[in-house]
Design a protein around this ligand. Structure first.
Ligand code: MIC
Ligand code: SF4
Length: 637
């Protein structure tokens, strides 16, 4: 029991027994939010009625809704800045970059615990921080002084040995794990990296791997704190934050994967799932029209200097648009100081501001039927903003090789690898981070006309009788449930308006059907709700009357969000029963409220006059939340 994860959990546990499978509560040291989930989080914080955050350090970032085609995103930015001033948070201004990258640079501390309202929060696990993604309401509750509740995860050890060959990138480690384990492979696990292969992996290379652990379904990803961590923190002027943390001899893992870095080759995730992985050489030759380098996954100084190094001696192919959004303003400054920026500009790169941009469909949508290569972590269908999109996920090395050749290209065909200066030799740039204000509670929160308070939620009735209005397959993402993109992100602070887009791309009649029936249920396969932590994917359906979801399996964050907003998350006891369910039928449960409060895990349903058994595997605290109709009711009763 002496993995890095166990050591950090033991330091933070405030309720429950520190053993896998137990319901536990952790004291959280830091929180982060980003604008797309943050507006709701601060509305929730207001609903919880606190004056000031109770966490040691909390940061509010703006990185998603950067395109300001009308007042709404700008109003959200102002709301977030004023809420940060009132409640005592650091505020990272629009254009400063992506939350995870800035948090790693400026705030990560080995051995501390971070909760963030974004699924890629575990990125800072590169710096041995136990970082977990959650719904905004869980983050608000932590800022209000509550611990964070979760089931003690299993620990998956990934032993790295060897050394990455030239042109093979740490993205290829992440893609190799996705190829082996799939998008559900690490559900219920913290992934912990160890072994001799770590010696040559820098912090930004580790961050790429930690970041994409979220695509494997992992609760968190962790690296030890070693000499790289120390050099990184010293380069950030935070050497005093360093402590050594490593797994103790005899550390026990519930599952072990072994990766020989020397044997890896460039990989790509083909449309439209991060686990649809092939060797790049098998895809080589397909014409490419767009290449995007950026996102919380691969927009580090090292990544951009590789691209700049290649462009020194090569031009971009005439049919390709090569676009870059650096991970942070600090990265941009260092890129400029090293001369990389001039190579990119001279090479013809379309330079963008730092932020999520095309990764969440904020611009940069690709042309119809054309291939877009991206260094991003996700390529779920339509996420780019183009219907039937063809997005491939690749390393910066594969991205630039393909941009130069005009078709998917194994970067090893490019010749000599550019020489790179240490990434630990940098200047610090904090200019767009505003520290917490004094006399915070006296500050006014500014709410533009599109920002609406949270709707109220009714408690659970005694019996339920719901029409099943949708049946879906496996691996449904929160992008399917509550899409993002330029036309929907500005509605994140207005539940009534955003609810009109629920399941838009899956069943355009969904909203009308739900409103006609008042209270409804839906059915799906495994890994339901994977991907984003957006609680809008629970809150907006609940607002439309969804009371229950019956599936073969849930993704962790989405299940917690459903409970927080009073939707009952049931799983089939017998997976074959899924086949019996027909859309349009009724689903009835007698005495559901008493059953939930009694702690029973087995639930008898009547579905279209047949008996079906389901499981309700949740903690006693979550049972109280469901019965109250959601967490806000529960905390303010
Ligand atoms: C994503 O990558 O899907 C997002 C957009 O960053 C989300 C958060 C959101 O939907 O606001 C995430 O990863 O949690
Ligand atoms: Fe932003 Fe994309 Fe990272 Fe989500 S995955 S935080 S949208 S860059």
């Amino acid at each position: 029991m002496d993995t890095v994860a166990d050591q950090i959990i033991r330091e933070h546990i405030v309720e429950g027994r520190p053993e896998p499978g137990e319901d536990i509560a952790l004291k959280i040291d830091q929180t982060l939010t980003q604008d797309a989930t943050g507006t709701l989080t601060y509305l929730e914080l207001a609903a919880l009625g606190i004056d000031e955050v109770k966490t040691g350090l909390s940061v509010s970032y703006v990185d998603h809704g950067l395109i300001q085609t009308d007042n709404r995103n700008a109003d959200d930015h102002l709301f977030l800045q004023s809420a940060a001033a009132k409640y005592g948070l650091y505020f990272s201004k629009p254009g400063n970059g992506i939350s995870h990258i800035i948090h790693l640079e400026r705030f990560s501390i080995p051995g501390k615990a971070l909760l963030g309202s974004d699924s890629h929060t575990p990125t800072v696990g590169a710096c041995a921080m136990l970082a977990i993604g959650a719904g905004g309401l869980d983050v608000a509750a932590v800022m209000a002084g509550s611990p964070f509740y979760l089931r003690y995860p299993k620990i998956m050890g990934v032993r790295l040995r060897g050394r990455l060959p030239a042109w093979v990138s740490s993205k290829d480690i992440a893609l190799e794990l996705l190829r082996r384990l799939t998008v559900k492979g690490a559900i219920g696990y913290i992934i912990e990296y160890f072994g001799p292969g770590l010696q040559a992996l820098t912090i930004s290379q580790r961050a790429v791997v930690a970041n994409m652990g979220s695509e494997l379904g992992a609760t968190s990803s962790l690296f030890p704190s070693d000499s790289h961590t120390r050099a990184f923190l010293e380069s950030q002027g935070r050497g005093d934050d360093w402590t050594e943390i490593s797994a103790k001899g005899g550390a026990k893992y519930d599952h072990i994967e072994e990766v020989n870095l020397s044997a890896l080759e460039p990989l790509a995730a083909a449309p439209s799932s991060p686990d649809n992985v092939y060797p790049v050489r098998e895809l080589a030759g397909k014409p490419v029209s767009q290449v995007l380098i950026g996102s919380c996954s691969n927009a580090y100084l090292r990544d951009l200097m590789v691209v700049a190094g290649v462009l020194k001696d090569n031009g971009i192919h005439g049919n390709v648009s090569l676009e870059i959004s650096p991970g942070s303003n600090q990265i941009s400054e260092n890129l400029a100081l090293r001369g990389g920026l001039i190579d990119l500009i001279r090479g013809g790169v379309r330079m963008h501001q730092s932020g999520c941009l095309g990764c969440i469909g904020m611009g940069q949508a690709p042309a119809t039927d054309k291939i877009s290569l991206r260094t991003f972590p996700r390529n779920f269908p339509g996420r780019s903003g183009t219907g039937d999109d063809q997005v491939f996920l690749v390393s910066p090395e594969t991205a630039i090789a393909s941009a130069v050749k005009g078709c998917i290209t194994d970067p090893r065909d490019l010749g000599e690898y550019p020489s790179l200066r240490s990434e630990y030799d940098i200047v610090i740039n904090d200019r767009l981070i505003i520290p917490p204000k004094v006399n915070g509670p006296d500050h006014q929160v500014i709410m533009g006309p599109n920002i609406k308070p949270l709707p109220p939620f009714t408690p659970l009735p005694e019996d339920i009788n719901l029409r099943i209005i949708l049946k879906l397959g496996d691996d449904i993402t929160t992008d399917h449930i509550m899409p993002a993109g330029n036309h929907i992100l500005p509605l994140r602070s207005n539940i009534h308006a955003i609810s009109k887009h629920v399941f838009e791309g899956v069943d355009p009649q969904f909203v009308a059907k739900a409103l006609r029936e008042k209270e409804v249920a839906l059915v799906a396969g495994t890994n339901y709700g994977q991907g984003s932590s957006r609680e809008h994917a629970a809150l907006a359906p609940r607002y439309l009357g969804v009371r229950l979801k019956l599936v073969k399996g849930f993704a962790r964050i989405h299940k917690a969000n459903l409970i927080n907003f009073g939707i009952i998350p049931l799983t089939f006891e017998q997976a074959e029963d899924y086949d019996l369910i027909k859309v349009g039928g009724w689903l009835k449960i007698k005495g559901i409220r008493d059953l939930i409060l009694s702690g029973k895990e087995r639930v008898k349903l009547i579905v279209a006059d047949r008996v079906v058994f389901a499981r309700l595997e949740i903690s006693s605290r979550e049972r109280e939340i469901l019965a109250s109709g959601g967490l806000i009711n529960c905390l303010t009763d």
